[in-house]
Design a protein. Structure first.
Length: 153
């Protein structure tokens, strides 16, 4: 009888812990906002590095090892290939800046996405500037070290 009561007690305890564990795995609104903030800060640092060091360095730095970009109807896979593409396709007459207008993150906290406006500014040989706006979309993945890197841009 004592064994049955002990077994029943353990079963009930485990059952309660499993139910509570499922609820504990659901992140709070505050945690979701923290993750979103991390992604926005990563976007800002990505943009800032592009202004300081150029697109090749910035894209290589913020790409996940298996990151992908789509440029000129071509898929470029891997951070080294992405950096090489930017080195081989320089646009010294053009600057690119961007800022996310929207960010969202999965409830597991391992994937997120942003979209917003990218601004391309081109300066011709006479110093005249042309501004073109476009929409961007980036998918972010949390890495093992806790940083966010893009897997699609």
């Amino acid at each position: 009888m004592k064994k049955n009561i002990l077994l029943l007690s353990i079963t009930v305890l485990l059952s309660c812990n499993l139910k509570q564990g499922g609820q504990q795995n659901k992140p709070s609104k505050e945690q979701l906002e923290i993750w979103k903030s991390e992604i926005v800060k990563t976007e800002e640092a990505f943009n800032d590095l592009a202004q300081k060091e150029g697109l090749s360095v910035a894209f290589k730095t913020y790409a996940a090892p298996d990151g992908v970009i789509s440029r000129r109807r071509k898929i470029i896979r891997g951070k080294d290939s992405i950096a090489l593409w930017y080195k081989e396709n320089p646009r010294p007459d053009q600057t690119l800046t961007w800022k996310p207008d929207f960010v969202n993150v999965s409830t597991s906290g391992d994937l997120g996405y942003t979209y917003g406006t990218a601004i391309f500014t081109t300066t011709d040989s006479l110093g005249n500037k042309t501004v073109r706006k476009a929409k961007f979309h980036t998918v972010w993945e949390r890495q093992a070290d806790g940083t966010w890197r893009f897997v699609w841009d």
